[in-house]
Design a protein around this ligand. Structure first.
Ligand code: NAD
Length: 459
């Protein structure tokens, strides 16, 4: 008997659909089909690959309402933010189609007695293992650039968003992508991890928690397969003594609760210089307390439920453990009565090393406030983390903030006086336990290509 999984509406706790998981044999056969499709897709012109991606962008826009509703239903995203995710995905498809030919074109270099070519060739089937938090974006960001590069891919999506996984496959087919170039495989983690070893899988791109990412990297390392790891973080937003506090508060609240606080690059720790701490804290707590929480299908809702019951339990345990160790709850911190997996916007103060709110990743609307002695101390605390995905600086001295961002912030991305999610034209990725490799900006498209040197000697 094959196993089944159900998708659950996190606003109500009710089942949406039950799915039957693929057997190991069926998953392996899908890889064989992806490899067969690769033999012709690799020969397809860049222009034709780009046409499919442009069509995919159009389809995502046309189906935007339906896709946003599916996100809300399967993982509780506030409906307006689902529309924004669709726009971003359409832009990524168009960017890949437009920039791909530039990133992938042959280069010539000198060679004594001849000339040399550098050519970027696809490598084969890429296994994509993705999380549920941006159910469309996570898949589009890795698949669009690989499809453009000439690879084929099998997706193992998170099981709570299997409806979205199937929808994406359907849209790619409708966009004109040949059968087998993109396949969604309904697998659990154990089933997906077996595919890392499959001889026809040539690379693995994983987005998710650092715990799982390390296991995938270990398995791939044993069989010498390249990985890209986009993992979690505990991003620090540093508020320096000369910051515009009103701007910092507004931006930090938004950066904490966007996507129900379930974002790898959420603002999570707020490290505030002592002389502006009280002013920042008072406004921040008041604004977090005023966040409109509730039914994510309503347009005005800012904060919906946590995506799964077990994830809400983990979040609450992290809050309680931080409190046991001396953190103070300034607002929130209690699981509300009623159906669904809601968790209130929460602020913890007096957060110290050793607490989950300082050392770990709180994947939900919980902010950790940390008072720093001064600006220098604030930067030290920001970097005092095993993670290094993103971060932010608030200061009226832009030049100094840029210098701190360039030279001192040990992360892959830094926001100055603002908060931004991923951008199609800019690199996205981390350092330290947040992983390695880059998405977007022309960098993602070269992660899984064979950078081949062809040396031509004159006869
Ligand atoms: P997760 O690691 O539990 O799961 C991610 C994916 O891996 C899912 O598809 C899951 O089913 C699968 N999986 C789980 N165990 C597996 C195993 N042993 N072998 C193979 N696959 C397995 O992560 P999650 O809770 O779903 O996602 C949240 C995490 O993802 C957070 O840490 C977040 O910060 C991170 N994230 C990072 C980025 C980024 O770009 N850096 C983006 C989004 C999310």
């Amino acid at each position: 008997m094959s196993k089944t999984v159900s998708t659950i509406d996190p606003s109500t706790g009710e089942q949406i659909t039950e799915y039957r998981l693929l057997s190991d044999e069926a998953a392996s056969a899908a890889i064989d089909r992806a490899d067969a499709a690769f033999q012709s897709w690799r020969m397809e012109s860049l222009a034709n690959r780009g046409k499919v991606l442009n069509k995919m962008a159009d389809l995502i826009e046309q189906h935007s309402d339906e896709l946003a509703q599916l996100m809300t239903r399967e993982m509780g995203k506030p409906i307006a933010q689902g529309g924004q995710e669709c726009q971003l995905c359409a832009a990524i498809c168009r960017y890949s189609a437009e920039q791909g030919p530039e990133q992938l074109k042959d280069e010539t270099r000198p060679l004594q007695g001849g000339r040399a070519l550098i050519t970027y060739q696809p490598i084969g089937v890429i296994l994509g293992i993705q999380p549920w938090n941006f159910p469309l974006y996570q898949v589009i960001r890795y698949s669009a650039c690989n499809i453009m590069a000439g690879n084929t891919t099998v997706l193992k999506h998170a099981s709570n968003v299997f409806g979205m996984a199937q929808k994406i496959e359907q849209l790619y087919l409708e966009a004109g992508l040949p059968e087998g170039v993109f396949q969604s495989l309904l697998l659990d983690g154990a089933g997906a991890s077996k595919l890392v070893d499959h001889p026809k899988v040539r690379g693995v791109t994983f987005t998710g928690s650092d715990n799982t990412g390390k296991k995938i990297a270990e398995a791939a390392g044993k069989v010498v397969k390249k990985t890209v790891l986009e993992l979690g973080s505990n991003d620090a937003y540093v508020v320096l003594s000369d910051a515009d506090i009103e701007l910092a508060v507004k931006t930090c609240v938004q950066g904490r609760v966007v996507n129900n606080g379930e974002t790898c690059v959420s603002a999570k720790r707020f490290v505030v210089a002592a002389d502006v701490y009280d002013e920042f804290r008072d406004q921040f707590v008041a604004q977090m307390a005023a966040i409109k929480t509730g039914d994510p299908s309503q347009k005005g809702t800012q904060l919906g439920p946590i995506a799964r019951k077990d994830l809400r339990e983990t979040l609450h345990e992290q809050v309680q453990e931080s409190v046991r160790q001396g953190a103070k709850v300034s607002v929130g911190g209690q699981i509300p009565e009623g159906a669904g997996f809601f968790y209130p916007a929460t602020v913890l103060e007096d957060v110290k090393p050793g607490m989950p709110a300082y050392d770990g990743e709180l994947f939900g609307p919980v902010a950790a406030l940390i008072k720093a002695a001064d600006d220098e101390d604030a930067m030290r605390i920001a970097n005092d983390s095993r993670y290094g995905l993103g971060g932010g600086i608030f200061s009226r001295n832009e030049d100094r903030a840029i210098e701190l961002a360039r030279l001192h912030f040990d992360t892959g991305m830094v926001n100055i006086n603002g908060y931004n999610l991923a951008q199609p034209h800019l690199p996205f990725g981390g350092v330290k336990d947040s992983g390695y490799g880059r998405e977007h900006g022309g960098f993602g498209i070269r992660e899984f290509v064979n950078i081949k040197a062809v040396m031509i000697s004159h006869q």
